[in-house]
Design a protein around this ligand. Structure first.
Ligand code: FE
Ligand code: ZN
Ligand code: FE
Ligand code: FE
Length: 182
């Protein structure tokens, strides 16, 4: 594997950049760097979501997913190792935006059950983004003939799906019902 297969060129203004995709492995590395950045950002965002949550089950689901998120970042480091690449990040603009939307909720005032419902809405957007990322990465790993990497990526995909499902259950259960009565 050649180093620098991905060349990010930026103008001196930093306004434009272009990425070169020579082959599928370049794309795989690019996507890995993106989700690695996203997971690292989430390890900083999730504690704030947990702190803001009032419902104890919601709070603990954020705390549990924080632990999973740390493991997902470690899994990505193992995938980088498998392909002899340094674990590097590439700014995930989408996750930056999703976390910014989450910050709006963290800074919001109002009814605590409505705030919980808003935290769930923000968190589910994040989980769906991650599910898309891990699904693509798992497919790429299979296509590139790296089954051990595909398996690790599938594990993270399953965790994201499970996190999403728990949030749906919490929303459909007590939280939105209580919020509707606020
Ligand atoms: Fe994640
Ligand atoms: Zn991204
Ligand atoms: Fe948005
Ligand atoms: Fe997640």
């Amino acid at each position: 594997m050649l180093d620098n297969q991905i060349k990010n060129r930026e103008t001196h203004m930093g306004l434009f950049s272009s990425t070169e995709f020579k082959d599928l492995k370049c794309l795989f590395i690019d996507q890995l760097q993106d989700i690695y950045d996203a997971e690292n950002r989430l390890t900083k965002a999730l504690p704030k979501m947990a702190e803001k949550a009032s419902d104890p089950e919601l709070k603990s689901s954020f705390q549990q997913h924080l632990q999973e998120t740390r493991e997902q970042a470690e899994r990505l480091e193992r995938v980088f190792e498998m392909i002899d690449e340094k674990a590097e990040t590439k700014t995930c603009e989408a996750m930056k935006g999703l976390i910014k939307e989450g910050d709006e909720v963290i800074n919001a005032t109002g009814d605590e059950t409505v705030i919980d419902a808003a935290l769930i809405a923000a968190a589910q957007r994040v989980e769906h983004y991650e599910m898309a990322a891990y699904g693509c990465l798992r497919n790429l790993a299979e296509r590139l003939g790296i089954p051990q990497a595909a398996e690790l990526l599938q594990q993270s995909l399953d965790e994201e799906g499970n996190a999403d499902k728990i949030l749906t259950e919490l929303a459909e259960g007590s939280i939105n019902r209580e919020a509707a009565h606020s």
